[in-house]
Design a protein around this ligand. Structure first.
Ligand code: ACO
Length: 307
């Protein structure tokens, strides 16, 4: 009966084994996973836009080839993640509709515009760096398909991070104007990158239960702190200043203290009022609607050929 199933589920979680699609799971566990995985998938797909904007203006063939590969990787990540959500009974087209109708979220970070090519580098370094920090522990998430998808995604994100850092290193060896461009991009992206980790633990309604279920392995604030500690020496090597006068190493804790995050800005962006929210959703809607005939044709073809 249900109590036995629940006991078995609890034992699997306690033993750090994996829950698989055909296993019994509590409704709340399933709902939470669909919510998080869908939000994650939407972020990958919407995240193609800010960098995709530079594909036709990349400064060299080499940079264009790298950026093209990277943006295609993000599409692949979105597809893996939608597949993982499907193993929980979700429907991909329905999830996309919910994104477009703003019933499901995607990462706040992708609601900021990319103003110069340095933004491509900074997204690789900081945004993908934050993504890795958040996602490496998810390789040990308790739900098998999600954890396994994360392994490949994290490998590709590491490549993305390196390409961003290498691009910035190249610009920093360039002209004073190029160095200023990098600093300006860092100034604009640093604070939003800290918001990627989600609200402070005390204001994070889902964390406690998600951690008890082994879906999340660390709290939002723990991962944010890890990211700050990781980024400070990288900024020094690069020769840029992180835009936080309160950023300071604390020898007592071995961590960097940092200034107050503007959580009002975070809430505004979540509510749909960030600099690029309307544009991101408008384009996603257009992609769905303009390409509906491809889906219809492919579906008709598949049903005729019995695949
Ligand atoms: N942007 C948008 N929404 C956010 C963000 C953010 N940066 N951080 C938190 N939220 C949302 C949560 O989804 C939740 O909303 P909901 O309950 O309506 O779904 C609400 O704010 C409260 O936050 P938490 O209770 O802390 O939510 P949760 O436990 O899901 O933690 C986190 C948020 C850390 C983002 C978690 O979902 C996670 O690790 N997700 C997987 C990683 C991911 O989605 N990355 C996407 C960006 S990285 C990339 O694509 C390159």
């Amino acid at each position: 009966d249900e109590a036995d199933l629940q006991r078995h589920f609890d034992a699997v979680i306690a033993a750090e084994h994996r829950i698989e699609p055909r296993d019994w799971m509590p409704d709340g566990y399933r709902r939470t996973l669909i919510r998080q995985i869908a939000q994650h998938a939407h972020s990958e797909i919407i995240g193609m836009q800010p960098e995709g904007d530079w594909l036709l203006a990349a400064p060299s063939l080499r940079r264009k080839a790298i950026l093209l590969a990277k943006v295609q990787d993000e599409a692949g990540h979105g597809m893996y993640l939608y597949s993982a959500a499907e193993t929980l009974g979700a429907d991909r087209a329905d999830l996309t509709d919910k994104l477009i109708e703003r019933k499901q979220k995607y990462s706040s970070i992708f609601n900021y515009p990319t103003l110069t090519y340095a933004d491509v580098g900074v997204i690789g370094w900081l945004v993908d760096g934050a993504a890795i920090c958040n996602q490496v522990p998810l390789c040990r998430s308790s739900y098998g398909p999600y954890a396994r998808a994360m392994i490949r995604i994290c490998k590709e994100e590491s490549f993305h991070q390196r390409q961003g850092y290498e691009l910035l290193m190249t610009m920093m060896r360039g002209t004073p104007e190029q160095r200023a461009m990098v600093q300006d991009a860092v100034d604009r992206w640093w604070w939003p990158s800290l918001m990627m980790f989600g609200p402070p633990d005390a204001d994070s309604p889902n964390s406690a239960q998600s951690m008890a279920w082994g879906i999340k392995r660390h709290s939002n604030d723990e991962l944010r702190q890890r990211y700050v500690d990781m980024s400070v020496p990288q900024a020094e090597v690069l020769g840029v200043t992180l835009p936080d006068p309160d950023l300071e190493y604390d020898p007592a804790t071995g961590h960097h203290r940092f200034g107050a995050i503007d959580w009002d800005e975070f809430q505004r962006v979540l509510a749909g009022d960030g600099p690029a929210n309307a544009e991101r959703i408008r384009r996603r809607r257009a992609a769905r609607d303009d390409n509906a005939w491809v889906v219809e044709a492919a579906t008709a073809y598949a049903s005729k050929h019995g695949s």
